[in-house]
Design a protein around this ligand. Structure first.
Ligand code: NAD
Ligand code: UDP
Length: 330
């Protein structure tokens, strides 16, 4: 982080989706290394609490804005990170047309802003561009197996279109774009009720409810702690020369959902067993990043093992749960 610290000083950086889970940690890291940060967010799935501690920071500016609408900004701009998009399947499927427009029209609007300012641009893309993968683990050259008419398509195909826009503008020499393909990431500030696996399991366990396992629970995911991801995003943005290729960012440790349930049950004594629920349509069966490219280009690999990251995440959710209990009891 020391090298990154000196590289960021004095830069003005826009973080779209900066009030969300990953975005708010990215805002923290950029401010800590001396950047000034413009956080653009519609608060669709973001939370004011995530950025409340930053509001008195002299280098922090908040703009409430939906990126589906064009954005003008006064003053210089060095970098744009586009993280704006709901990431939890129930949330992005709640308004699928808006999800698709956020990735396509929203990314185009932010690319136009980057072009006008001569700013670098990083897209937070996703492992979902690989769909339900037939190649395992997934390297960046794998073109994926996405159902373009299914309920996940608004997200998967939206991100694929956003990637295409980024590489078109790069080839046209109009914007210096970078694309990070992010695999499942977890940590403090995930929304307790957003339906993702780690937030669901921890909150169910804290409440003494059974963990809801969808399908057999033999499907796998690879879980990256948020601080590792943020380090990777900043390293990709700062990389010279432009790698001209997408880069997977994720933790290659692979766990079945049943294994994850067992770990959470062991770490949270209040947990009460598990129940099975139907597997959602098009739920990918296996997912693990091949991070050879990130290691070679960025010298990056995750440092936080699952149990270590879960400890922090559980402590954070526990604080929120206990505060809620005190309010209910009062
Ligand atoms: P999140 O839902 O917590 O954050 C997304 C943020 O974007 C929220 O603050 C939301 O209010 C904002 N937003 C959504 N649509 C917007 C719009 N049209 N205009 C302005 N703001 C808008 O999700 P996250 O987990 O922090 O994910 C951040 C990014 O990383 C997303 O682009 C997501 O696709 C990508 N990603 C995340 C994961 C993960 O596991 N967390 C995995 C792959 C990719
Ligand atoms: N899942 C589950 N129980 C839950 C939430 C999710 O078994 O309460 C499963 C889901 O079906 C998927 C995996 O956990 O196989 C990861 O789901 P998540 O929504 O976190 O992210 P995805 O990787 O599917 O986008």
């Amino acid at each position: 982080m020391d090298v990154l610290n000196t590289k960021g000083r004095g830069k003005r950086v826009l973080v779209a989706g900066g009030a969300g889970f990953v975005g708010s940690h990215l805002c923290d890291a950029l401010l800590a290394e001396g950047c000034s940060v413009v956080c653009v967010d519609s608060f669709l799935t973001g939370a004011h609490a995530n950025i409340a501690p930053l509001e008195n920071h002299p280098g922090f500016q908040l703009i409430r804005h939906d990126i589906c609408e064009p954005l003008q900004l006064k003053g210089p701009l060095d970098e744009i990170y586009n993280l704006a998009c709901a990431a939890s399947p129930p949330r992005y499927q709640a308004d699928p047309v808006h999800t698709m427009m956020t990735s396509v029209v929203g990314t185009r609007n932010l690319l136009s802003l980057a072009e006008r300012h001569g700013a670098r641009f990083l897209l937070a893309s996703t492992s979902e561009v690989y769909g339900d993968p037939e190649v395992h683990p997934q390297p960046e050259h794998y073109r994926g197996n996405v159902n373009c008419t299914g309920p996940r398509a608004c997200y998967d195909e939206g991100k694929r279109a956003a990637e295409a826009l980024c590489f078109d503008l790069l080839r046209l020499n109009r914007v210096d774009t970078r694309v990070a393909r992010i695999f499942n990431t977890y940590g403090p500030r995930m929304q307790a009720d957003d339906g993702r696996i780690i937030s669901n399991f921890i909150n169910q366990a804290l409440r003494g409810e059974p963990l809801t396992v969808y399908g057999t629970g033999e499907q796998t995911r690879s879980f990256c702690y948020v601080s590792d991801l943020v380090t990777g995003l900043i390293a990709l943005m700062r990389l010279d020369p432009n790698p001209k290729t997408p880069v997977n960012l994720g933790n290659p440790g692979e766990f079945t959902i049943n294994e994850l349930a067992a770990i959470v049950q062991e770490m949270i004594p209040e947990a009460k067993g598990k129940i099975h629920r139907p597997l959602p349509q098009d739920d990918p069966q296996r997912r693990r990043p091949d991070i050879t490219r990130a290691k070679a280009l960025l010298g990056w690999e995750p440092k936080i093992a699952l149990r270590e990251g879960l400890e922090d995440t559980i402590s954070w959710f526990r604080l929120g749960y206990e505060a809620e209990q005190r309010i209910t009891a009062a």
